[in-house]
Design a protein around this ligand. Structure first.
Ligand SMILES: Cc1cc2nc3c(=O)[nH]c(=O)nc-3n(C[C@H](O)[C@H](O)[C@H](O)COP(=O)(O)OP(=O)(O)OC[C@H]3O[C@@H](n4cnc5c(N)ncnc54)[C@H](O)[C@@H]3O)c2cc1C
Length: 491
């Protein structure tokens, strides 16, 4: 049965869904309001410099490989990626530096040596985070959430029976605090809450599964930079027959008595049997599904954090830095209190510095580096971002100068800044949040918007706002879920 499918948005979730449905033989059109594919995964160029503007960390690459395999292609032919020997270099204000090696044993040895934590404790934690991942992945990552079958499945019952293993009733920080003696190590593992824009002092300990993805399964980097991934998915989609219409915002989803009839673009009706939305659900209900009552319950939860990013063109290289570097705040608890309770930015924020030219040498001219300097900031609730940028730029520079013993200002030859306002206006992400709702409550995972509403036939939802959490992998997982649901409903 060949279906006409309209996809709204060419973010990662939209592109992956387009590929999956086109290889099944459906006629797929993607409508994208901007001029290019990728959504939050973007790039920026200035003279001989290039920056990835969105995601920088690539985990669970198999989910992307799978899309190429479905199309009978090999991902490595178009977008090679390599495992990282050092995933992240961590700098603390007291002078401690920890290299998080990609090899788990090397990492364990490094933290034991630097922090004095017993190697066995770290090894047990990594084993535990793998067990938690194995118990939860089929339900929470790949499971269909509004289906009773998920909750009576043996996978769910197995996880439910072992709930005591999942650290559901303690916070990430509480669980890490009990587990480790070293404050440095607690902070290092607490940091994984920020991978889905959450607060380690509130999010359930179950989120310690995120460490497993990076420390046991590994982190990777594409040979040609992150944006190449979006570009290659776009090219793959075209090769399998998907049609793209850029600068074509969808104005409305057309329904008749609860059945999808198509979409309206540029004032015209475009008929389709199915519509898949990769749009943040807030804007979807506000603008495109105006006949449906606004589902307030999904917006009661806290939003995930947003970001303030400085893209700096540097006129020198810094051999002491790696691809991913983190300069920790000296008061982590205060940083999160500011982010979530006060919707502000602390005086001493944790700084993440990503330099893709460490791997992709052509991303900066010889003798230079392309710095992507990011701090987590609260969702946009109308803060005075211009003065926040001015103040924070100074704290970031002071911190980097202090820890690196240099004067970074002297080496910045160009600067572009992004904040929650641009993230919201460019990708229609509500309040500029990077990962949809936060996972700050024990029940966040159960409160996510379903990928399909039983009362609307032919409409499916993908992307970060319906699979809140870890960015690219979960957006890819959402498209896999929707593909399975469509197969179940139509064939
Ligand atoms: C600075 C930053 C850093 C990040 N770091 C990481 C990281 O290291 N690792 C990671 O895994 N994730 C990271 N993320 C998160 C990751 O980028 C997102 O989770 C993911 O890209 C979201 O994809 P999506 O499918 O939800 O769609 P989005 O990227 O949100 O795209 C939605 C698309 O829909 C389009 N659209 C909206 N409304 C309409 C309409 N009416 N008509 C047509 N088109 C429309 C938009 O223009 C957009 O292109 C980061 C994000 C940012 C911004």
């Amino acid at each position: 049965m060949k279906l006409n499918v309209s996809i709204i948005g060419a973010g990662i979730g939209g592109l992956a869904s387009a590929i999956r449905l086109a290889v099944r033989g459906h006629a797929v059109t993607v409508f994208e309001q901007s001029g290019k594919p990728g959504g939050k995964m973007g790039e920026l160029r200035w003279k001989d410099y290039r920056w990835d503007t969105g995601p920088s960390l690539f985990t669970l690459p198999d989910l992307m490989e799978e899309l190429f395999i479905l199309a009978d292609e090999e991902m490595k032919v178009s977008a090679r990626y390599e495992p990282l020997e050092i995933i992240t270099k961590y700098f603390y204000e007291d002078g401690m530096v920890i290299n998080a090696y990609g090899d788990p044993e090397e990492f364990i040895h490094e933290v034991a040596e630097k922090t004095g934590e017993r190697a066995g404790r770290v090894r047990r934690f990594l084993r535990k985070s793998k067990r938690m991942y194995d118990l939860t992945r089929d339900v929470f990552i790949f499971g269909v959430f509004n289906s009773l079958s998920t909750f009576i499945s043996s996978r769910f019952l197995k996880a439910a029976l072992q709930i005591y293993r999942l650290e559901v009733f303690s916070t990430m920080h509480g669980a890490n605090r009990r587990r480790f003696r070293s404050d440095h190590l607690v902070q290092l593992f607490d940091r994984y809450a920020t991978y889905n824009g959450s607060n380690p002092y509130k999010a359930p300990g179950t989120l310690n599964v995120i460490s497993h993805l990076e420390h046991n399964l590994g982190a990777y980097f594409p040979e040609k930079g992150m944006y190449k991934l979006a570009d290659e998915l776009y090219e793959l989609a075209r090769r399998v027959g998907v049609t793209f219409e850029f600068e074509t915002p969808v104005e409305k989803i057309l329904l008749n008595e609860g059945v999808v009839k198509g979409v309206r673009v540029k004032g015209e009706t475009r008929k389709s049997d199915l519509v898949i939305s990769d749009v943040d659900i807030y804007y979807l209900y506000r603008d495109l599904l105006t006949d449906i009552p606004f589902p307030k319950k999904y917006f009661k939860q806290e939003r995930s954090t947003s970001a303030m990013i400085f893209y700096w063109a540097m006129d020198r290289t810094f051999p002491e830095l790696e691809l991913h570097n983190v300069f920790f705040s000296s008061n982590y608890r205060e940083e999160f209190r500011q982010l979530f309770e006060l919707k502000g930015i602390s005086e001493d924020p944790t700084v993440y510095l990503f330099i893709s030219s460490k791997v992709v040498t052509r991303d900066a001219p010889e003798g230079g580096e392309n710095w992507f300097v990011m701090i987590n900031v609260p969702e946009n609730v109308g803060q005075d971002w211009d003065s926040e940028i001015k103040r924070t730029r100074q704290s970031i520079r002071n911190k980097l100068n202090r820890i690196l013993g240099t004067d970074v200002d002297k080496h910045i030859i160009n600067e572009v800044v992004r904040d929650p306002r641009n993230i919201e206006t460019e990708t229609y992400s509500y309040h500029g949040s990077l990962y949809g709702n936060s996972s700050n409550s024990t029940f966040s995972a159960f409160n996510r918007h379903p990928n399909h509403r039983n009362d609307i036939h032919g409409l499916y939802f993908v992307g970060g706002s319906v699979h809140p959490g870890g960015g690219i992998p979960l957006c890819l997982a959402s498209s896999k879920i929707v593909d399975q649901q469509i197969s179940h409903h139509y064939y």
